[in-house]
Structure formats: structure tokens, C-alpha cells
Design a protein around this ligand. Structure first.
Ligand code: SAH
Length: 392
């Protein structure tokens, strides 16, 4: 245990040896077994044609449906005026089962930050957060219901893991955000979605296959996908080394964010329990390898926790560990800790935060404090717990 830290018991996540996609030991039993129903957005362009033909509808209708879905963000058969009325019901019920039901939306920042609580087909819950800025908009989506990584400062980590989201459950979060921006529902007039971050609930690299399929559809040009830029999609991870290496080989210029939170193993093993399996140096090596493979600058996330990980010597240690691997490959994103229920930790004091940033910059590491939008609606990093009501 490290100086100034306070031990709180956490479940230790486990990954089967050699398999980064193995399920994490469940801390909470799934409510219901089974998979979400298959949805149009789960399918590749070829599979969509086959699915449409199975219903006795001509294959070219798949492209029309894809245009409605990916270019106009609608899955409502009433909007499919170019499709014969007689086929619409069968197509809708077979290929567009309702997957997400918004049961609560909370807004902050004059309506420009919106957190949505979604109920899924099995009544499990997850959340996404849309943030509109003057010149861009960013959506933070979930990849799992809950999370098995058990980071003690994160509300989602404290819930435990329930299940992976399907590809379509991820893409539906995106479609609803695009629809809402397109319709001008967010103050500032109609807009497009520019950035997507996998920083909601869950560890996306555990749900690798479904997440990658979602990403491939996000970047595919309309009508086959949403046409987003891979450069504007960020995958954030606790540092699952095999998953990072695999992502580096996909040939996609995605942005990788590594949740480091400490430069030394003693403390990191406490803050990010998976560190006992993939330690600081291994995670940093994988992140550097990701940069070399993709030429994308990696982002290091570092929640600044008062008297825990915010010491000047830790900033120096982080700076030298990053520089030891290379120059210009990384930037650091310190995040003042957001409060979570039951947590005894708080954000670092402002002067300590400033010193931490100054030290990193003195090492030549580009460093920018992450803005913590949505903390007043429990919608900021680490606060997503899919609560139905405000915590009392
Ligand atoms: N499983 C992924 C995504 C998690 S959320 C990952 O670990 O990267 C995105 C970021 O929010 C992570 O860096 C996470 O460590 C951070 N975070 C979690 N709880 C936080 C809190 N209370 N305050 C600030 N950041 C937090």
C-alpha cells in the first residue's frame, strides 16, 4: 500500500490466461441469460441483404433501410415511404426490435449536456452522455452493463458486471444522439455528432468483437454506416494488453486512451486492480506499440485524487516513464476526481493539480486537464451507475 492511501476492499478481476476476451469473474449474477434480439445494426451490409431476402423482400430494400437508419437516423416504419407498405411491418418486427428505451434524461450546462438512462430488452440499464460544445459534439457511450474491472474510485466499477452490450445496443446509443442533434433538440440548432468516446459504462476491450463490429459500422460510409472519422473515435481501456495489441492491428486510426491513474505498480494495483495482471510498464509498452502501429497519439487518463496519486514525484515518475519510450507519442489528460457515492476520496486541490500539470509539461509532455462536464447530473467520468433516482 502506498503513502497516503486508504485501503478499501475491492474484488479482484480475473481474466483467463491468454484470453483478453474471456469473461471477467462476475460480481453480480446476470438477471437473465440470453442475448438481445438480433437487430439490423448488428449485421454487415451483405448480411442485411440476406436478412431482407429471407423475409421475401427484394435485396435492394436493405440499402433503402440502411439509408433510413444511418443517414436519417430513423427506425420508424412510418418514415419508410419508399418501401411497400405491405412489407414494412415484417421488416420492422424482424429487423428493428426496440432495444433501448429512454427512461430518464438529465440535463446540465443549459441543456447542452444530456445524460440518458436506457432500459434494455431484459430491463438491465446503462447510460450515455451527449455533450455539445460551441464547435463540436461528443457522445460518451457504454459498452457493457456495469463493469468487472472493480476500480474503487469509479461508480460503474463498484456496481460489478452484468453483461456485454450487443453491437446494435452500442449503435442505437449513437443513432439516438445523432437524431437528437439532427432534430435540433440540443440548444444551438441542428448539428452533427463529431466525436465518440467509449468511456461510458464498461470495459470495451472485454467486449472486443461486438465493439469492433460497432466501430466498423460507425466508420463505414453511408448508407452502410454512420460515416464517422476513426480519428474521432476514442477507445478507453484499463490497459488490457492483448486487447490493445489486437486493436493496433485492425488498421483503424482510432484514438486509444489508457486509464493509468498511477505510474507505480503499488498504487496502480490498488486503483486499477487489473494492474496485478498487466502492470504499468506492460500497459505503457502496449500503448507505445499502439502509437507505433497507428501513428495515433495515445492519451493517458489520470484521475487526480487528493493525497493519493497527485504527488509531484509521481508526475516526475510518469514523465520519465513516458519519455523513456519515445517523444511526441502521448499526451496526458488529468481529470479531477469526480465524486462517487460512498467514496472517501476527493479531487486534488487546485494548486496540487497545477503543480502536477507543470511537472509533466516540464518533461515536455503535452498535458491538458479534462473538463468534467456533467458532474452535477452524475454524468461525468466514473459516475455512471444507471441510477433510477437521484441518490438521497
Ligand atoms: N473501462 C474504460 C472506460 C471507463 S470510463 C477505462 O477504464 O478506461 C473513462 C475514464 O473515467 C477512465 O479513465 C476511468 O478511469 C475514469 N474514471 C472513473 N471514475 C472516475 C472518477 N470518479 N473521476 C474521474 N474519472 C474517473
Amino acid at each position: 500500500m502506498s503513502a497516503g492511501s486508504t485501503a478499501i476492499p475491492v474484488a479482484t478481476p480475473q481474466v483467463r490466461p491468454g484470453d483478453e476476451t474471456a469473461p471477467i469473474t462476475l460480481q453480480m449474477a446476470p438477471r437473465r441469460r440470453g442475448k438481445p434480439p438480433r437487430h439490423f445494426a448488428d449485421l454487415t451490409a451483405e448480411e442485411r441483404v440476406a436478412a431482407v431476402e429471407t423475409l421475401g423482400v427484394k435485396g435492394f430494400r436493405a440499402k433503402q433501410l440502411a439509408t433510413h437508419y444511418f443517414a436519417h437516423f430513423t427506425a420508424n416504419p412510418a418514415d419508410w415511404t419508399d418501401i411497400p407498405a405491405a412489407s414494412r411491418d415484417a421488416l420492422a418486427s424482424d429487423l428493428f426490435p426496440p432495444l433501448l428505451r429512454a427512461t430518464r434524461t438529465l440535463t446540465a450546462d443549459k441543456g447542452t449536456t444530456v445524460k440518458t438512462l436506457w432500459h434494455l430488452y431484459d430491463e438491465t440499464r446503462m447510460e450515455s452522455v451527449l455533450m455539445r460544445y460551441p464547435k463540436r459534439s461528443t457522445l460518451c457511450i457504454s459498452s457493457q452493463v456495469g463493469c468487472g474491472m472493480a476500480c474503487p474510485f469509479c461508480a460503474t466499477g463498484q456496481m460489478g458486471f452484468t453483461r456485454n452490450l450487443s453491437t446494435a445496443e452500442m449503435l442505437e446509443q449513437v443513432r439516438y444522439a445523432m437524431l437528437s442533434l439532427d432534430r435540433g433538440e440540443i440548444p444551438g440548432g441542428p448539428a452533427r455528432l463529431n466525436n465518440l468516446v467509449f468511456m461510458g459504462m464498461g470495459e470495451g476491450l472485454i467486449n472486443y468483437k461486438s465493439m469492433l463490429a460497432a466501430i466498423r459500422t460507425l466508420v463505414a460510409e453511408p448508407p452502410n454506416g454512420f460515416g464517422m472519422s476513426a480519428r474521432h473515435i476514442t477507445v478507453s481501456t484499463v490497459g488490457l494488453v492483448p486487447g490493445i495489441n489486437k486493436l493496433a492491428d485492425e488498421g483503424l486510426p482510432l484514438t486509444l486512451a489508457l486509464s493509468l491513474h498511477a505510474p507505480d505498480d503499488d498504487l496502480r494495483s490498488e486503483l486499477v486492480p487489473i494492474n496485478t495482471r498487466y502492470n504499468v510498464d506492460e500497459a505503457l509498452d502496449a500503448a507505445y506499440n499502439y502509437f507505433r502501429a497507428t501513428k495515433r497519439r495515445v492519451s493517458i487518463e489520470y484521475a487526480l485524487i487528493k493525497d493519493m496519486n497527485d504527488h509531484a514525484w509521481r508526475a516526475d515518475l510518469l514523465g520519465s516513464k513516458l519519455n523513456k519510450r519515445g517523444r511526441g507519442w502521448v499526451h496526458v489528460n488529468p481529470i479531477p476526481l469526480n465524486p462517487t457515492p460512498g467514496s472517501i476520496w476527493t479531487a486534488s486541490d487546485r494548486d496540487v493539480e497545477d503543480e502536477f500539470v507543470a511537472r509533466l509539461r516540464a518533461h515536455g509532455i503535452p498535458t491538458t486537464i479534462r473538463d468534467t462536464r456533467g458532474s452535477d447530473i452524475d454524468g461525468a467520468c466514473g459516475q455512471l451507475a444507471a441510477e433510477e433516482e437521484d441518490p438521497a
